[in-house]
Design a protein around this ligand. Structure first.
Ligand SMILES: NC(=O)c1ccc[n+]([C@@H]2O[C@H](COP(=O)([O-])OP(=O)(O)OC[C@H]3O[C@@H](n4cnc5c(N)ncnc54)[C@H](O)[C@@H]3O)[C@@H](O)[C@H]2O)c1
Length: 407
């Protein structure tokens, strides 16, 4: 492949911006020049720039101007406005999960300084707004993003790393080469609670466990049915209906808090179960929660008519350690969100590799350089949001089945 240089701008200077930069530095197929970082607070963007040896842009416009590819590493409520602005400037955008959503009347207002005020602001509560309205507004946001992509010379790449995780890509290969039919998938993303200050406030995050965590295994499931349909020479096998339940255990008066789970969620659920039926009648069950101890619990299992595959995203058993004393491992990164480093641990030798971050970035940059489509495209992203918000409507109806709208 002919090497080409692409200029990259990072929007956001928090957790995801950091792992995007790490992954960008592992891209080998295309030459990447990180031209700058922008986030609303000067001191944060300057600290990020200094730490990562990246120039700092003082406005979003300036960052977009100097970039070919814009990374959207900002809270979900800001995904649409930032992405549309970059697409209108004919730039390709890499949008973090979740693609978009419904954030109440303060939609799009996600500047860092507004986080505290957003708690209970404008009378909006994620606990009480009508889910039918949430579904319509979320679909509206998806449609605006797809329309902006249509008008643009740029593309939307949906940064769902599970699609590119080596275990999921190996499952793709098995489906494609053996002509497998997937009968049932079940998957989960859970841990003891997010640390992002935006997580837990519906007006910033667009929901709780279902959207914040569930989208990872859900998108992987939608992707694998897309692969199966494509392998048969047809279009993707798309989601048709969903039944879901949500619960807010850490906010319930019966919860006995021993201090191991985060308990500061404002107006979101901390558990979700989603049952998705595909148009061929096969199905997937997805669990997502903030209730599970022992580090992240991220996996998807595929039961096909000719094989079974268990994709352990994290943890996995590539390397295990036994540590008799906590302090021995003070300087050792073990595995995401584990509560202790003492005793036996699933110490990950390269967590970013297993989660697919570098594979995702390599695929995106090759596609951007060649103007090729990607596996995690805007249709997959849009389907994920259509399922999630149909799921919230179903949960409001205590699990009644809701049709998934085609976007
Ligand atoms: N794929 C994954 O594994 C993964 C993991 C964590 C987070 N994420 C996603 O990444 C996104 C960001 O999450 P995070 O954990 O990095 O959050 P964070 O709180 O660590 O950082 C958010 C950054 O966005 C900036 N910001 C806020 N409002 C903005 C606006 N209107 N315009 C520009 N910048 C703005 C903030 O200043 C901050 O720098 C979310 O969509 C989240 O779901 C994905």
């Amino acid at each position: 492949m002919k090497k080409q240089k692409l200029r990259t701008g990072i929007v956001g200077s928090g957790f995801s911006a950091s792992f995007h930069v790490e992954a960008l530095r592992r891209v080998y197929g295309v030459e990447v020049e990180i031209t700058g970082v922008y986030s609303p607070r000067r001191e944060h963007r300057e600290a990020f720039g200094k730490k990562n040896d990246i120039e700092v842009a003082d406005t979003l416009e300036a960052l977009i101007d100097t970039s070919d590819v814009v990374h959207i590493c900002v809270p979900p409520a800001a995904h649409e406005p930032v992405a549309v602005q970059a697409l209108e400037a004919d730039k390709t955008v890499i949008i973090e999960k979740p693609f978009t959503g419904y954030f109440g009347p303060a939609k799009g207002k996600a500047a860092e300084e507004s986080v505290d005020e957003a708690r209970g602001e404008a009378g909006f509560s994620g606990d009480t707004f009508p889910r039918e309205q949430g579904l319509e507004e979320a679909l509206g946001s998806v449609r605006r993003l797809l329309a902006a992509e249509q008008r643009s010379k740029g593309q939307i790449f949906y940064a769902e790393n599970w699609v590119y995780a080596p275990a999921v890509q190996k499952e793709r290969e098995i489906i494609e080469k053996t002509g497998a039919q997937i009968l049932w998938m079940h998957g989960e993303e859970s841990h003891s609670g997010s640390h992002s200050q935006y997580y837990g406030i519906w007006s910033h995050s667009g929901g709780g466990s279902m959207i914040g965590k569930g989208v990872h295994p859900l998108t992987a499931a939608l992707y694998l049915k897309k692969v199966e349909g494509r392998m048969r020479g047809g279009g993707p096998i798309r989601p048709q209906s969903v039944s879901a339940r949500t619960h807010a255990i850490t906010r319930s008066e019966n919860f006995i808090d021993k201090g191991h789970q985060r308990t500061t969620y404002t107006d979101i659920e901390d558990f979700a179960a989603i049952h998705v039926v595909f148009e061929d009648g096969t199905f997937a069950d997805i669990f997502a929660s903030e209730l599970v101890l022992g580090g992240v619990h991220n996996w998807i299992e595929v039961s096909a008519n000719n094989h079974r595959g268990i994709c352990n995203i994290n943890p996995n058993t590539a390397f295990q350690t036994y540590n008799p004393r906590e302090e021995y491992f003070n300087d050792i990164y073990v595995v995401e969100k584990t509560g202790t480093k003492q005793g036996w641990a699933f110490t990950s030798p390269d967590e970013d590799w297993f989660t697919g971050y570098q594979h995702e970035m390599e695929a995106f940059y090759r596609a951007a350089a060649e103007g090729q489509p990607v596996e995690a495209d805007s249709m997959l992203a849009g389907d994920t949001i259509a399922v999630v918000y149909a799921g919230y409507l179903s949960a409001e109806r205590k699990g009644a089945e809701v049709e998934v709208t085609r976007v």
